[in-house]
Design a protein. Sequence first.
Length: 162
Amino acid sequence: MQNTIRQFIDQFYSPFKRLMPLSTFRYAVCGGGNMLLDIFIYYISYNFILQKQILDLGFIAFKPHIAALWIAFIVSFPVGFLLSKYVVFSKSELRGRVQLFRYLLIVGVNLVLNYAFLKVMVEYMNFYPTIARIFITCFIVTFSFLSQKHFTFKERKESHEI
């Protein structure tokens, strides 16, 4: 499966060869696809599942834009990890559980940043939640890529692509 996905993505790499290494292109495609999935799930959750209503679990209540963030996270976290591990950064020699733990740390930081920015943009700056989420995601992408490449799925120096 990973080879099939990689071969499909690599078919579109040629025009981008001069702009970025193959691993960066794969990250952009996989990360971009996962980001679109995340935003789509967020939109569906916020507008149709939660119907813009507070999610009251009895012991805690979430505003709809925050509950939708958690719903999207539940889907995009495993998809993002699997794509990163097996398609983008497959040369990493770190153990899978180390990668998973590090991935969880970085995604946790991203989630905290998403939460904080969503609170500010939606509740204080009156942005529409899905639009705010798109702006926030664009901001976090660079941090996430650098963290995943140099920390979560770190490779030995001799295995880097030229």
